[in-house]
Design a protein around this ligand. Structure first.
Ligand SMILES: Nc1ncnc2c1ncn2[C@@H]1O[C@H](COP(=O)(O)OP(=O)(O)O)[C@@H](O)[C@H]1O
Ligand SMILES: Nc1ccn([C@H]2C[C@H](O)[C@@H](COP(=O)(O)OP(=O)(O)O)O2)c(=O)n1
Ligand SMILES: [Mg+2]
Length: 242
């Protein structure tokens, strides 16, 4: 399992530290997080380049806020691997797994599947991928989701995107989604909006306090929204080359 080191500061020379700070100032990005994606070898006490923790972006927002649509664009432009928590759960339903019927009824009611199930699916997807940068879409949806992920994966996300969209617009998009989803109906979406406000907003606040949140205006055309997303990832390239 990948483990992130809590602090590498004693290992970084002051000149490197100054340079990292300049990168952070120039790009509004926490270069320390990127540097800390290297894994410390606990035996030798050195930084090893052979195993790196993946760069993880959580993608949050209410139902219909455009998470999946923008993830597709980020994948095309920046080469991330997209892991949609909802898609992983729907795959469990269609593969008739032991949790399939519980997941189906939970999704139909607009509620949240127990974290142990969802985190295991995400963990497996990360571990079986050779990608080093992931978009985790629709997760964490509750504080319980967040804490379970951090415990199992042993790391926090590097950044968090939040697509901020008015409820009426989200409802309109969900009801027009036309993907045959069992939860795309007015009753479920109403419940999902309630659950979003009660359980997901605290997660968003948590990452805002930690300075990891990028709040994106989720209104307008897909292109307009992507032009708001692009600078977040364009800025990341420089520290990656560091
Ligand atoms: N900016 C937009 N304007 C209008 N419709 C959009 C926009 N972005 C996405 N959609 C459509 O709205 C629906 C919900 O988008 P989706 O990406 O599935 O959202 P989420 O994953 O947040 O639920 C989809 O049918 C999608 O094609
Ligand atoms: N972390 C998650 C993500 C999704 N789910 C369940 C409950 C959600 O209402 C459904 C659908 O999630 P999905 O992210 O696909 O939905 P939207 O793209 O926001 O419309 O899956 C969950 O229980 N826990
Ligand atoms: Mg989605």
């Amino acid at each position: 399992m990948w483990r992130r080191v809590a602090s590498l500061s004693p290992l970084v020379s002051s000149s490197k530290s100054r340079l990292l700070n300049q990168v952070q100032v120039a790009y509004g990005f926490n270069a320390w997080q990127m540097f800390s994606t290297q894994v410390l070898n606990p035996v030798e006490g050195g930084v090893s380049d052979s195993r790196r923790t993946p760069f993880v972006t959580f993608v949050l927002g209410g139902p219909g806020s455009g998470k999946g649509t923008q993830c597709t664009r980020i994948v095309e432009t920046f080469g991330f691997t997209h892991l949609s928590a909802g898609d992983l759960l729907r795959r469990e339903i269609s593969s008739n797994s032991e949790n399939g019927s519980m997941i189906l009824s939970t999704i139909k009611e607009g509620k949240i599947v127990p974290s142990v199930v969802t985190v295991q699916l995400i963990q497996k997807a990360i571990e079986t991928s050779d990608s080093d940068k992931f978009l985790i879409d629709g997760f964490p949806r509750t504080e319980e989701n967040r804490i379970a992920y951090e415990r199992v994966i042993g790391a926090e996300p590097d950044i968090v995107l939040f697509f901020d969209c008015p409820e009426e617009e989200m409802v309109k998009r969900v009801l027009n989604r036309n993907q045959g989803r069992i939860d795309d109906n007015i009753d479920t979406v109403k419940e999902r909006l309630k659950v979003f406000a009660e359980l997901n907003l605290p997660v968003i606040k948590h990452y805002s306090k930690k300075g990891k949140l990028y709040k994106i205006d989720g209104t307008g055309s897909e292109d307009e929204i992507f032009e708001r997303v692009r600078p977040v990832f364009a800025a990341l390239r420089y520290p990656v080359l560091f």
